[in-house]
Design a binder for this molecule. Structure first.
Ligand code: FMN
Length: 150
């Protein structure tokens, strides 16, 4: 099975987990970037993302990956205010998964809120598998393999 790991990371935690997952299963990896970078300041990022949710205007991405050759896409997001980071909303609004199975994962500082049901609602895919919504910024290789075996 050919897998692509797609993720957004503002401060490197989701990046690390995405790379751990990809190296464990020998997957390709694609980091999403926004046309306008998010502020380095956490509360400024929080204000901006709240505004994006309120106005339903999510950040423009530089480019999204081509997924035709993949059987499975794993999508990683930080948690922002109990929800998916807004660049991941942009991604899920744009990318249509035709034959691919899809699963989300996230990193957080302890409270993942409703992010998994949000993910399941907005992903444009018929085959959505259980996610790995972490209440921390670290994961073990065992957790990853148990998740992907489900
Ligand atoms: C604006 C903002 C809001 C956040 N809200 C939450 C939250 O609701 N719950 C939580 O557990 N962590 C929250 N965090 C922490 C991040 O989810 C966590 O540090 C994550 O691992 C960062 O990923 P990254 O380094 O890939 O950007 C928030 C961080 C930011 C910047």
């Amino acid at each position: 099975m050919k897998t692509l790991v797609v993720y957004y990371s503002r401060t490197g935690t989701t990046d690390k987990v995405a790379k751990q997952i990809a190296s464990q299963i020998d997957a390709d990896i694609f980091e999403l970037a926004t046309k306008v970078k998010f502020p380095t300041d956490m509360s400024a990022t929080s204000d901006l993302s709240k505004k994006q949710y309120q106005t339903n205007e999510f950040p423009e991405l530089v480019v999204i990956p081509k997924i035709a050759e993949y059987d499975r896409v794993l999508i990683g997001s930080p948690i922002w205010n109990g929800q998916l980071a807004t660049p991941i909303v942009s991604y899920l609004n744009q990318q249509v998964f035709t034959t691919q199975s899809v699963a989300g994962f996230c990193t957080s500082m302890g409270s993942v809120g409703e992010a998994e049901s949000q993910f399941n609602q907005i992903a444009q895919a018929d085959k959505i598998k259980a996610g790995l919504f972490l209440d921390s910024g670290v994961v073990s290789d065992v957790q990853i393999s148990q998740w992907l075996a489900r």
